[in-house]
Each structure stands twice: as structure tokens, then as C-alpha cells.
Write a protein that binds this ligand. Structure first.
Ligand SMILES: Cc1cn([C@H]2C[C@H](O)[C@@H](COP(=O)(O)OP(=O)(O)O[C@H]3O[C@H](C)C(=O)[C@H](O)[C@H]3O)O2)c(=O)[nH]c1=O
Length: 295
């Protein structure tokens, strides 16, 4: 396999010998291989501790050993959540606090606390052992190849499968959406131009509440606006995430290309419509898992 094409999948990350062998051949390591789904972490946190914390330690130990440049992919959820704008005095577009690299860590789920722990390990390895590392904390991704357990692809593939979309609780919770291509471009900029030891927040000013997003999907897919089920809310559901990406924009010159959410969503719908072979086999099992949980 060419040097720039080595891939490590999530389940391999605690395999010290394999990791060691792959890292010894690498010019750089970008660590995306996390257990990433909040709902799964609420059912069983164990794989999250193993993969996200122990796995990260295996990877950074190998990078330290071979002095390999390391980039750590993380989440804005390490900063906890923010109040809904509508709960703030003088609410409206553009109002309300956003996460910055200086925001305190206060994760709320087993998933986000495992990612926070892994971020802290990386910071400590930079300081204690001189690991050549950077960290990025990104907001909610959407786009092709996203697992169908996630909000947007779940609803698109539900509609394509004749199942009604499912909205947790009131749908007022806000997520800050970024197209996966823009996330990847930001990671490349950090890897090639970022300063060792620094944390960069990645986000594209894409705040929307879940109900708005679902209604947009329904409209783009030619369905009535109210053709969905309101289901049991996620326990301790984080209210709002919002990223201030000023540092990334000003220091590294990054700008998002997908600035119109509706267009990005239409591309995503087209991708899932044209790639049913990619997700069809898994759909029934994913929905059965949700159904067991009343969602
Ligand atoms: C699956 C599903 C979700 N939702 C709600 C729950 C959330 O408020 C929102 C997005 O849920 P999702 O599970 O897709 O994503 P988050 O829990 O926000 O977390 C995601 O974005 C962060 C940054 C990561 O770091 C996570 O790795 C990533 O999974 O939609 C529903 O209303 N219905 C559904 O069927």
C-alpha cells in the first residue's frame, strides 16, 4: 500500500503491534477512528472508553516512538452545550455565545467525555514528550458516506425506505452543520499549516434547529412538512452547539465552500438516493436498535 494510503479502522486502534507497524511507515497520522455516536454511548459506554481513550493512547505512543506528526480529530461536544438562543434575552440570528478554543471543557455524555479525555492525553503528550501534534474540534458533519444512524442520513434513508422520519423531543435543539468536504479541507490546512500544540475549532456558521433541518429534508424530498414522528427525547440532550472558527479563518485562511445548507443537503439526498447499495443492508438493523429504545 502506498505510504499516503495507509488506513486504520476503528476496531484496529487498540492493536499495538498493528498500530506500531503502520505508524512506523507513516509521514503523518490523522486520527478519525472514534466511536462517535452519542445514542450508542448511552446504551453502552464501554467501547467508547476502549476505542477513544485507550486507542488514542496507543496511537500517540506510537507517534511519539517514531516521531510522527499527529493530528487529533475531536468534537465541539467536549465544551458541553450552550443555551438555546430563544432562551436568551434579545434572542435572534447571530446572538448567543459560541465555543472558542478557550471555552472550558464540560462534556455531558459518555461519548463526549471520552473524546475530552483523549484531547487531554494529546495535550499532555505534546507537553511531556514533545509529540508533534495538533487538535481540531469540529461541529456536526453532514454529507456522503455518513453512517445512517446519524440524524440527517437516518431521515433521508427513512424516507427512501418508506419509514417516517423520527424527531427527538421538541426538535428545538440546535446543531452547527458543516459539510464533510469543508471539514476535510480544514484538517488538511491544519496538518500542513497549523502550529504544533495548537487547538483549532472547525465550524461553518451553520446553526439550525433539528425541526428546521427535518422540514427542509421533507420539502426537498417532496414530502408533506409534517410527515414525521416525534419520538422519545435523548436523555440529557445537549441543547445547542455553535463554533467560533475565527482562529482557523484568520490564522490559516480557511473558508467553507458549502455556504448554502440547502444546496449541501440536496447533494447529500442525491448521494443517498444514488448509493442505496452502500446503506440498504444495514438499514433494518439500525432501525431495530432505535425501535428497541423507543426512538
Ligand atoms: C439520530 C437522530 C438524532 N436526532 C437529533 C439529536 C441531535 O440533537 C441531532 C443530531 O444528532 P446526531 O446523533 O446525528 O449527532 P450529535 O449527537 O449532535 O453528534 C454528532 O455531532 C457531534 C459534533 C459529534 O461529535 C458526534 O460524533 C456526532 O455524532 O438530531 C433526532 O432528532 N432524531 C434522530 O433520529
Amino acid at each position: 500500500m502506498p505510504k499516503d494510503k495507509v488506513e486504520l479502522v476503528v476496531g484496529d486502534i487498540c492493536d499495538k503491534d498493528l498500530v506500531d507497524k503502520l505508524v512506523s511507515q507513516a509521514d503523518a497520522v490523522v486520527h478519525y477512528a472514534a466511536e462517535s455516536h452519542n445514542d450508542n454511548s448511552l446504551i453502552d459506554p464501554t467501547p467508547f472508553i476502549q476505542t477513544n481513550i485507550v486507542g488514542t493512547s496507543v496511537l500517540i505512543n506510537a507517534c511519539r516512538k517514531y516521531d510522527v506528526r499527529y493530528h487529533h480529530i475531536s468534537t465541539d461536544e467536549v465544551y458541553g452545550d450552550l443555551p438555546l438562543r430563544e432562551d436568551l434575552p434579545g434572542h435572534g440570528e447571530g446572538k448567543g455565545e459560541k465555543f472558542t478554543p478557550e471555552s472550558p471543557y464540560r462534556p455531558s455524555s459518555p461519548y463526549s467525555s471520552s473524546k475530552a479525555s483523549s484531547d487531554l492525553l494529546v495535550r499532555a503528550w505534546v507537553r511531556s514528550f514533545g509529540l508533534r501534534a495538533t487538535i481540531s474540534n469540529c461541529s456536526n458533519n453532514y454529507g456522503p458516506y455518513q453512517h445512517i444512524e446519524k440524524f440527517i442520513p437516518r431521515q433521508i434513508t427513512n424516507i427512501l425506505s418508506g419509514i417516517r422520519p423520527k424527531l427527538y423531543g421538541s426538535g428545538k435543539n440546535v446543531r452547527d452543520w458543516i459539510h464533510t468536504n469543508d471539514h476535510s479541507r480544514a484538517v488538511w490546512d491544519i496538518l500542513t499549516k497549523g502550529k504544533i500544540g495548537e487547538t483549532y475549532l472547525i465550524g461553518a456558521d451553520g446553526e439550525k434547529n433539528n425541526k428546521e433541518v427535518l422540514e427542509m429534508i421533507l420539502e426537498l424530498m417532496g414530502q408533506p412538512k409534517d410527515a414525521y414522528d416525534q419520538v422519545k427525547d435523548r436523555p440529557r440532550h445537549d441543547l445547542r452547539y455553535a463554533i467560533d472558527a475565527t482562529k482557523l479563518r484568520t490564522e490559516l485562511g480557511w473558508e467553507p465552500e458549502f455556504t448554502d445548507f440547502k444546496t449541501g443537503l440536496q447533494h447529500t439526498i442525491d448521494w443517498y438516493t444514488e448509493h442505496q447499495d452502500w446503506w440498504k443492508d444495514e438499514k433494518a438493523a439500525v432501525e431495530a436498535k432505535y425501535a428497541k429504545n423507543g426512538q
